[in-house]
Design a protein. Structure first.
Length: 82
């Protein structure tokens, strides 16, 4: 079975405009690699679709995006919150 690959969005630090993104492989050896940061849910979704990755957000990152007005309040079906 092929391991799942996620685009994982993490919370941003105070004063930052973008959210850090990592490509995370779910496998026994679990690996992560930093990729370019994202500016919104749509940006993250488009990047995940383009690279055929699943989309996952840290809970705090999702809340930050909702508060910033760059993500919907209701979590879309294609998003996993951790």
């Amino acid at each position: 079975m092929k391991p799942q690959i996620y685009l994982q969005i993490s919370e941003r630090t105070w004063g930052e405009r973008l959210w850090p993104a990592h490509q995370v492989t779910e496998a026994p050896w679990r690996s992560a690699a930093a990729v370019a940061s994202v500016e919104s849910y749509l940006d993250a979704r488009d990047r995940a679709l383009r690279n055929r990755h699943l989309l996952r957000f840290d809970d705090e990152a999702w809340q930050q995006m909702v508060e910033a007005g760059v993500a919907p309040a209701a979590v879309p079906a294609d998003v996993t919150i951790t």
